[in-house]
Design a protein around this ligand. Structure first.
Ligand SMILES: [Zn+2]
Length: 143
């Protein structure tokens, strides 16, 4: 019996059960047929954020950012790099100036802010501009 993992679709939020051996094949959502964003950092909205957090089995890391936040823009490539290097972790982003409810719900007062969650529960957060290796070290310490 092969090992499986449940991944939430960053677009529609549907749960997808996949064999871990298929993770490297750019898997698509069985519901909306869009990419499941493995090894990527998909952009979420208020609605997809809550499903992404509750429907993912692996560790979830959300980058709360805003277009007016210069350090956020500087950190974006570092976050994408970490996502690519750690494809078993579910990285995603939410733009808090477009989706204010999300920032308020999580009590985000400074940007950029990374929040790590597992099974819907917050485990830790990391604030400020970070390098890709900072992000990877932090994520690995949680998994
Ligand atoms: Zn989907």
């Amino acid at each position: 019996m092969s090992e499986t993992v449940i991944l939430a679709c960053p677009q529609c939020g549907a749960k997808n059960r996949l064999p871990t051996s298929k993770l490297n094949n750019k898997p698509k959502c069985g519901n909306c047929h869009k990419s499941l964003g493995v090894g990527e950092a998909s952009e979420l909205n208020n609605k997809s954020l809550s499903k992404f957090i509750s429907n993912n089995e692996p560790l979830v890391v959300i980058d709360f950012w805003a277009a007016r936040c210069q350090p956020c823009l500087m950190m974006a490539p570092n976050f994408y790099h970490a996502a690519k290097k750690l494809p078993t972790v579910r990285f995603a982003k939410i733009q808090t100036d477009r989706h204010e409810q999300a920032g308020a719900e999580f009590g985000i007062r400074s940007l950029p802010m990374l929040v790590a969650l597992k099974n819907g529960h917050e485990m830790d957060r990391l604030s400020g501009l970070r390098t890709a290796s900072d992000i990877m070290h932090w994520v690995k310490s949680l998994s």
